[in-house]
Structure formats: C-alpha cells, structure tokens
Ligand binder design. Structure first.
Ligand SMILES: Cc1cc2nc3c(=O)[nH]c(=O)nc-3n(C[C@H](O)[C@H](O)[C@H](O)COP(=O)(O)OP(=O)(O)OC[C@H]3O[C@@H](n4cnc5c(N)ncnc54)[C@H](O)[C@@H]3O)c2cc1C
Length: 501
C-alpha cells in the first residue's frame, strides 16, 4: 500500500519542477529535501525559452517572468575590470519577437528566485514539500518503493524520482553506474554580493568576463543590486571573507560599497548515469547527468527531464499507458544527456565558439551545435514516436529544425493574440490538422483527444496536406504525422502503440 503515488528525493529546482509538472497532470507527490530551507544561493542563471514554455504550460508564465533580472542590459562585456567596460559596445536592445517560442523572456532567472516560484506552485498543485528530510536509504520491490529517512520514518510510494543532485544517494542506492571523468578543472569560488553597480556606473551588462590577472572570472547579475563573481581558487589558497572582498574590489576596479552575502566553492563535474530508470525509480537533473556550466545546459536539461517524465508517470498511474512508456524516459533523456554532455564538453574546451553568434563555421567544424538547438532542436527516438526523423536539418538554426518532423517539438506559431500552437498541447495527447482535417478532428474526439483545425499557412509550415494530421504528445513532441484518410481505429492503434498499451 503506497503512502503517495510519487516520492521525489531532492527539493532543488529539478525536484520542485517534477512536483509542479506532476501536479499539473493531477498527480500528488511528496518532495523530501534534506536542507532546512530552500537554497538562497543562485547558481544557474541562464533559463532557456523552452524551459519558460514548460512553466507557461503549468500556468506559471507571469510568476517566472517576474523573477527574471531586469535591471541590467542583456549583453556580455569583456573587460579588465567593471570600471573599464566599453559601454559603446553594448548592442541595441532587441525588441524582436522570438520566431521559435511564445516565450521571449530576458532569459536570466536566478535559480533561487526560480525556486521561490516553484515551491508554492508545487504545493498549490497538490505536492507536499518537506524540508529537513534527509533520505538515507532507498529500496524497491514489485509493488513499490520504500524510502527511509534519517529520522527513521519509512515512506512507501508507487514510484521514486531521484532529484538529489550531483552526489546522488538515490543513484548509489540503486546501484546504477556512471560514465564521464567526474570533477574537471579546479575549484571556483562562487561569491554572492550586494553592490549598486548600476547606480554607480549608470548601466551594467548582465554578464562581464573580468580579465584582471588577480580576479579573472565571470561577474553575473542575479537580481537588483545582487551579483555573483565566479573566480578560480588558486591551489592552497583559503577563500576567507577578506580574500572574497579583495577579488570583488579588484574585479570592479572602482570604489563602490560592497557587502559579501555568501561564498560557495564549486567544482565542475562531468558525470552521467548509465541508466535513467531502474524498476520503479528514475533519475532526473544533476542526479542523472552533471555537466560543466558553460552553455547554461545543466538546469535547463534537468527541468526538461522532469517535464518528459511527469506526463508518462501520470498516464501510467492513471492506467491509460503501459509500463513500457516509462522505458522511453531513459531512451529519450539518456540520448539527450549524451548530446548535451558532448556539447558542454566542446564549450568547455573552446568557449569563444559558444559565445560568438557569428562563429557558425567554427562550430560546425568541431561538431558544436548552436545553443538554442541543444535546448530545443533535438529529436526523440523511442517507441513513443512513430517513424522519427532523427537527423536534424540544421545544427545552427532551431527555426529550420522545428519543421514538424515526427520526434521534434511542435513548432510555435501564433494563432491568436497571446496564443501559440504550443498552448494547444497538454495535459493529454492532441491532434492538430489543416483546414481540410475535420474528419481527423472527429477521429480524435472518438478517441477522447482534443483536436484543433488550423489554417493552410500552418499546414504548409509543417509541410502537411490540408487534410493531414499531427498527433502531439503531452510534452509537445510530435508522436506521429499522417496524410492518410482519417481513420479513428488507426488513430486508436497508434495511440495504443506510442503509450505502450
Ligand atoms: C556555479 C554554477 C553555475 C551554474 N550555471 C548554470 C546556468 O547558467 N544554467 C543552467 O542551466 N545550469 C547551471 N548550473 C547547473 C545547475 O545549477 C544544476 O544543473 C542544477 O542545480 C541541478 O538541479 P537539481 O535540482 O538536479 O540538483 P540540485 O540543485 O543540486 O538539487 C539537489 C537537491 O537534493 C537535495 N538532496 C541531496 N541529497 C539528498 C538526500 N539524501 N535527501 C534529501 N535531499 C537531498 C540537496 O540538498 C539539493 O537541494 C550551474 C551550476 C553551478 C554550480
């Protein structure tokens, strides 16, 4: 007998996202977090439009966008010190709409501010989140999982999600191995401080690559008057409060009042679990795969893991999908983890190719994908997609790659003010057709699916005949495309196939 359908170990961003997405699909969860309170230290900052789309789907568009940093200008400066930034190099602020996403946010959402949105959102959607709850053991049998806590309690659940970060106990307890070199590079100090740099300098870029020999590193805006300086910690040196202050003062290069709020040593890690599913247990986020930070691929990939898993667990728990659907979590996300790991590795070896939008040829020469492609342009190849097209038509242009192929994410297109095709998707499967697709809409309704008929321009944009149809999964990926005559029985068969029924 289960206490709760899903227990989530770890209440970091990915654990909380899992709880939010499960709640969105009507599944209660219990999140066990060993910290006494949410982490107040921002680590990840770059949140991709695709990640904003996940939160939009869960009804958190306003809250997540309100958590972004708005006090700085969206560009990256390179300078010896902040005082020496050449502000004339700042690009003109872009007002252009994204061609590929309904979400066109500023993209900089400090992780602690994101968590502050996700925690109440998870609770509002039926999750219980317990702080000060350290998991010490995990077991499973044919009927469920048992999680033991440091306080001696044992909790039964139907499924377990390990979202317990890079040093995951869940992965160890499950006996799942890893690949990858582990920690790479030396220790970096991640120093959080308060200073009115915008007031002092008039304006500030969101990112500054500081090149002073005594404080070389990256300065990031993580809120109004709040900054993080990442500096390498020289071997044998103690990161005392005085040393942290000295690094900050050197990096700024001007007499500005500064208050150090927190300092966190950190080592980049490259490590991937060999299995993302073992029986009734799943690994998500850094527990599944940890990577180097350049490219902002870590947090975004972790939240995408959670998004991929939530609808599958919900369908299996509801009895509308078979257990095989849960295997596709590993099949799909492990392949993405391999891609993302390789892409992070290439960026770690060659940062300029990552930063320069015009370096397409250089990226192509080494196999580096443009960052939006890594986060939005990949395709899935599993039994939850019929005849996937796995080769992307471009590794640079995500708009070209989101072309309606089976296995790719449904392309965004505005269909009404403020309403995108992306908003037509979830929580269940959906059918989208062209203007002549009324019979497919009928077939969809007979199978209990929502259906939407769109115009000829939309059909052309996904190279679909006016009476063709796309079957779109609850996570926005295209499960099947057809131009055959509408057939409710065939649609039912395909649905059964992609949900392993
Ligand atoms: C300096 C730095 C900069 C980064 N920048 C970016 C960026 O710009 N963009 C990006 O996408 N990513 C970035 N990342 C990566 C990003 O922070 C991680 O990918 C992300 O935090 C992973 O989230 P998570 O929830 O999987 O793991 P974590 O955030 O590590 O959360 C795991 C949680 O599990 C809890 N836990 C662990 N063990 C137990 C247990 N036994 N019982 C109960 N609870 C437990 C921990 O206390 C923790 O709260 C950065 C990382 C660092 C360190």
């Amino acid at each position: 007998m289960s206490d709760v359908p899903v227990v989530i170990v770890g209440g970091g961003t990915v654990g909380l996202s899992t709880a939010v997405f499960l709640g969105h699909h009507g599944v209660r969860s219990l999140v066990l977090e060993r910290r006494k309170a949410p982490s107040a230290h921002p680590r990840a900052l770059g949140v991709s439009p695709r990640t904003f789309e996940f939160f939009r789907e869960a009804g958190l568009h306003e809250e997540v966008n309100a958590a972004t940093v708005t006090s700085t200008a969206l560009w990256k400066a390179n300078a010896r010190t902040v005082a020496e930034i050449d502000h004339s190099r700042a690009p003109a602020p872009s007002t252009a709409e994204s061609a590929v996403s309904p979400e066109n946010p500023r993209g900089h959402c400090p992780q602690d501010r994101l968590d502050a949105v996700l925690l109440p959102a998870a609770r509002e959607r039926g999750a219980t989140v317990e702080f000060g709850a350290e998991v010490t053991a995990v077991d499973q049998d044919a009927d469920g999982v048992t999680v033991t806590l440091a306080d001696g309690r044992a909790i039964r659940a139907a499924y377990l999600v390990g979202a317990d970060g890079v040093n995951t106990k869940v992965r160890h307890a499950l006996g799942i191995g890893t690949s990858g070199p582990g920690e790479v590079g030396g220790t970096t100090m991640n120093i959080l401080f308060a200073a009115d740099l915008v007031g002092h300098f008039g304006s500030m870029p969101t990112m500054v690559e500081v090149r002073h020999p005594d404080a070389s590193g990256m300065l990031l805006a993580v809120g109004e008057g709040r900054w993080v300086l990442h500096v390498p910690l020289p071997d044998g040196e103690e990161p005392t409060a005085e040393r942290c202050l000295a690094w900050i003062r050197t990096a700024i290069g001007a007499d500005v009042p500064v208050e150090v709020l927190n300092a966190m040593p950190w080592r980049a890690t490259m490590r991937m679990a060999t299995e993302f599913r073992r029986g009734r247990a799943f690994l998500v986020g850094d527990a599944a795969r940890a990577i180097t930070p350049l490219g902002a691929l870590g947090l975004n990939t972790g939240v995408a893991d959670a998004h991929n898993l939530a609808w599958k667990l919900a369908m299996v728990l509801a009895g509308t999908a078979g257990d095989g659907l849960l295997d596709t979590y590993h099949d799909e996300r492990h392949a993405v983890a391999e891609l993302v790991t390789r892409q992070a590795e290439l960026r770690w070896e060659n940062p300029p190719l990552h930063w320069d939008p015009a370096a397409a040829a250089g990226r192509a020469a080494v196999g580096m994908w443009h960052q939006p492609m890594v986060l939005m342009g990949y395709r899935y190849d599993s039994s939850a997609v019929v005849d996937p097209v796995t080769v992307v038509p471009s590794t640079e242009d995500v708009a070209v790659s989101l072309n309606g192929d089976a296995g790719s994410r449904l392309p965004h297109r505005w269909i009404a003010p403020g309403k995108s095709t992306v908003d037509l998707i979830g929580p269940g499967f959906a059918v989208l057709t062209g203007p002549g697709g009324e019979a497919w809409c009928e077939a969809a309704r007979k199978n209990g699916l929502r259906a939407t008929r769109l115009d000829a321009d939309w059909a052309a944009s996904v190279t679909l005949a006016d009476d063709g149809a796309l079957l779109v999964r609850p996570d926005g990926f295209i499960a099947w495309r057809t131009e055959t005559a509408a057939d409710p029985a065939l649609l039912g068969k395909i649905l059964a196939m992609v949900t392993s029924r």
